[in-house]
Design a protein around this ligand. Structure first.
Ligand SMILES: NC(=O)c1ccc[n+]([C@@H]2O[C@H](COP(=O)([O-])OP(=O)(O)OC[C@H]3O[C@@H](n4cnc5c(N)ncnc54)[C@H](OP(=O)(O)O)[C@@H]3O)[C@@H](O)[C@H]2O)c1
Length: 500
């Protein structure tokens, strides 16, 4: 094939125009594609047409590395040239450069963030708490728990145009997850801002008022995406964490309770090892997802702030599952999408994968309880499920409910995914680029990266369980009863279809 960058560019302009009902001259090839409002399903349609034209697979995050039609066309033309020069007729998918990203070099906390320049006023009963991520899944349950377990007003950083719509977003999210209680409405105060902007996008006056008002911070917000590279997520996740640490060190020193992730142990250096709460996590080689890379760097920044004298607690959840009583789940998360997608495909992969997932109420109540214990400062906690289950166990439970599913060898499952999840009504359709891409030198897919053979032998939660002993918090077992609750929520919400 001898397509030039200009050929590809013209082809893309005409395809995009057709897809979005625009004239070709209305499309500026130097404008980022997302300015045309291309959602992920539409991007997938464009990507699969391009794959047919080019004859090789494209990773979806290509659009974030080369966001304009011009840059994308140039990159694709380069790839065509490289492939035509290869003797072996390599027609594998386009490989993304892992761009020699040096995560250690990213670990830089602004020197002006100095906890010791302001007084430390620790309050047993904080009057004003700032929560980030209150429009998200965990954030809803954190707000509920804080409303119950403190008398404080809960200030919530929220992206919105004004205070009224910001408050509506928060209330609707609490309603969505069935934790809204009318009587608490007056204690929820929106703070309109954006983590990815300096000073959280607040005016200097509002920023200073907030810094004076807030007594303690729960930082749960993050951009969660499996496809975006580090560079795209850095502003919200890494620089956003830096802005939260900055706020904590202005006017008065405020404790920060940071929601991290067990993803910080994704480096292959931890394969087969037992990692505990107090172990250092200096290794980052082999962390492939941009999201996980941002979590690793962000927690490092929190550790630096701690070493400079900021009181912090760190909480590392595994996958967060639905509520253990109501079954309410985040139907947009990876677990739910995979479950629905595999049920629709009638096939689960036969892999050695342990589902380490903790119910959201266990995660939120543990974070709030642990953060309220003075001995928790400077410590990290693992909110792992103490007894994870094997994927095959989950598949058994689903099939006993009457779903027509089978377990098939992994490569066969990948082929089936390629051929059957071809329309946007299958949730795996948009996850396909993520699941099919070969991320590593050894050509491993994301699923293979998360198989037990590459994971730590154990992410120990012994010290966390010990710290929880004084409470009545117990992690509910991952058993048929719990999955029954999840499934009935997924059926009743219309997310899953009942067995006919
Ligand atoms: N879910 C899991 O399985 C899991 C596992 C381990 C760790 N965690 C960690 O747990 C935390 C909460 O996760 P989640 O599942 O609740 O995520 P989520 O449902 O996707 O919620 C993310 C929250 O972050 C907010 N956010 C993102 N970018 C922002 C920005 N630039 N400015 C202000 N707010 C922003 C979102 O606000 P908008 O509504 O405006 O987008 C939303 O409120 C995250 O730190 C995540 O890394 C999650």
């Amino acid at each position: 094939m001898s397509l030039t960058a200009l050929d590809i560019q013209n082809w893309m302009v005409s395809q995009l125009g057709e897809q979005l009902g625009m004239e070709p001259d209305e499309i500026d090839v130097q404008e980022p594609l997302d300015t045309y409002g291309l959602d992920s399903a539409e991007a997938m349609i464009l990507a699969s047409k391009a794959e047919k034209l080019l004859g090789f697979d494209l990773p979806l995050n290509l659009l974030w590395l080369y966001p304009t039609i011009e840059s994308l066309s140039e990159r694709l033309a380069e790839e065509i040239l490289e492939k035509s020069q290869q003797q072996d007729g390599d027609n594998r998918g386009l490989k993304l450069e892992n761009n020699a990203l040096d995560l250690n070099a990213e670990v830089v906390l602004d020197q002006s963030i100095d906890p010791l320049k302001v007084p430390l006023i620790l309050q047993d009963e904080p009057e004003s708490i700032l929560v980030t991520g209150g429009t998200g899944f965990l954030g809803a349950f954190l707000i509920q728990e804080l409303l119950h377990k403190s008398k404080a007003d809960i200030y919530c950083l929220v992206r919105s145009s004004d205070a009224e719509s910001g408050k509506n977003r928060l209330l609707q999210n609490l309603q969505r997850y069935q934790v809204w209680e009318e009587e608490y409405g007056s204690r929820i105060i929106p703070v309109i801002g954006d983590l990815s902007q300096p000073l959280l996008n607040l005016s200097p006056e509002k920023y200073n008022l907030l810094a004076a008002k807030i007594d303690t911070i729960y930082h749960s917000a993050a951009l969660l995406n499996y496809v975006y590279p580090y560079s795209v997520m850095k502003a919200a996740n890494v620089l956003g964490t830096q802005e939260i640490l900055r706020l904590a060190c202005e006017v008065k020193r405020k404790p920060v309770h940071y929601v991290s992730s067990v993803a910080i142990f994704e480096s292959t250096a931890y394969t087969g090892k037992v990692v505990t709460e107090e172990d250092s996590f200096d290794e980052h080689q082999g962390i492939f997802l941009g999201y996980s890379q941002t979590k690793w760097v962000s927690e490092k920044l929190v550790k630096i702030a701690s070493s400079r004298g900021l009181p912090v607690t760190i909480h590392r959840p595994p996958l967060i599952g639905g509520h253990s009583e109501t079954g309410v789940s985040n139907t947009e998360d990876f677990i739910c999408l995979m479950l629905k997608g595999c049920v629709q495909m009638k096939a689960f992969p036969d892999i050695d994968y342990w589902l380490d997932m903790s119910p959201v109420d266990y995660v939120s109540s543990s974070i709030v309880y642990l953060s309220q214990q003075p001995e928790s400062f400077s410590k990290s906690f693992h909110l792992q499920h103490p007894q994870p289950i094997h994927l095959s166990q989950l598949v058994n439970w689903i099939s006993t409910l009457g779903y027509d599913i089978e377990t098939i060898p992994y490569e066969e499952w990948l082929n089936k995914l390629q051929t059957s999840a071809c329309t946007p009504d299958n949730p795996l359709y948009t996850l396909k680029p993520f699941l099919l891409q070969r991320w590593t030198e050894e050509q491993l897919t994301a699923t293979e990266i998360y198989m037990q053979a590459r994971r730590p032998a154990e992410i120990s939660c012994k010290q966390t369980l010990k710290a929880l002993e004084g409470s009545d918090i117990v992690c509910p077992p991952l058993d048929a009863k719990l999955f029954g609750k999840y499934l009935s929520y997924l059926l009743q919400s219309g997310f899953l279809t009942a067995v006919s």
